[in-house]
Design a protein around this ligand. Structure first.
Ligand code: ITT
Length: 200
């Protein structure tokens, strides 16, 4: 099976490679848009995870119509900041070209400035997949936890070093792939996708 992953995020791509290999077996081939001679990711100007996931995944499907194409739009939501912040703006929270470190620093700073006491948070993920014959799969998943008051851990990417999953005492960046590949929003989404796709 040949999969093309609609992402520019190296951390996501690496997780997708592992998760798809575990779900579909070692004969899967996982490609990314870096391998395309010319590809410009479209602007993510949707108003929901679903719309943005569709925009990026459809853009790759247009150039790889014969393959399975998968993408996700994800983000982190903090209850004490109003529930859906930074949400769909998670990748650009500290500005249009913000690094992961700048986004994490802004989130911790905003929680301090606003005196947020409820640190409950949630990763949300909308995975979209298109089969070679054009069938669309939509999977929504969540991972619940809290935002730590400071960073810890070196593994992972994005907000991993400030997110402590529910019932855990360490951050995702400390728990690493052994935890994420079983329980993360993306792991749950790929497992559900595989379940639905293999039933065809
Ligand atoms: P693509 O759109 O190219 O896939 P992106 O990084 O812009 O890459 P999103 O628009 O989905 O992806 O933005 C998601 C944001 O949430 C971004 O800042 C990620 O680093 C972060 N994020 C998503 N999944 C995450 C995870 O499993 N662990 C930590 N942070 C994550």
């Amino acid at each position: 099976m040949e999969f093309w992953i609609a992402t520019t995020n190296k951390g996501k791509l690496s997780e997708f490679k592992t998760l798809l290999t575990v779900a579909f077996g070692t004969n899967v081939q996982v490609h990314s848009t870096n391998e395309l001679p010319v590809f410009f990711p479209p602007p993510e100007n949707g108003t929901s995870y679903l719309e943005n996931a569709r925009i990026k995944t459809k853009a790759v499907k247009a150039v790889k119509p014969e393959a399975w194409v998968i993408g996700d739009d994800s983000g982190i939501e903090v209850k004490g900041l109003g529930g859906n912040i930074p949400g769909i703006h998670s990748a650009r929270y500290a500005g249009p070209k913000a690094s992961d470190g700048e986004n994490r620093a802004k989130l911790i700073k905003m929680m301090q400035l606003k005196g947020v006491s409820d640190r409950t948070a949630c990763f949300k993920c909308c995975l979209i997949a298109y089969s070679p014959d054009g069938k669309e799969y939509i999977i929504n998943t969540e991972l619940h936890g809290v935002i730590a008051s400071k960073e810890s851990g070196q593994m992972g990417f994005g907000y991993d070093s400030i997110f402590i999953p529910i019932n855990e005492t360490k951050s995702l960046a400390e728990l690493g792939p052994a935890f994420k590949n079983k329980f993360s929003h993306r792991a749950l989404a790929v497992k559900e996708f595989a379940k639905q796709a293999l039933l065809i």
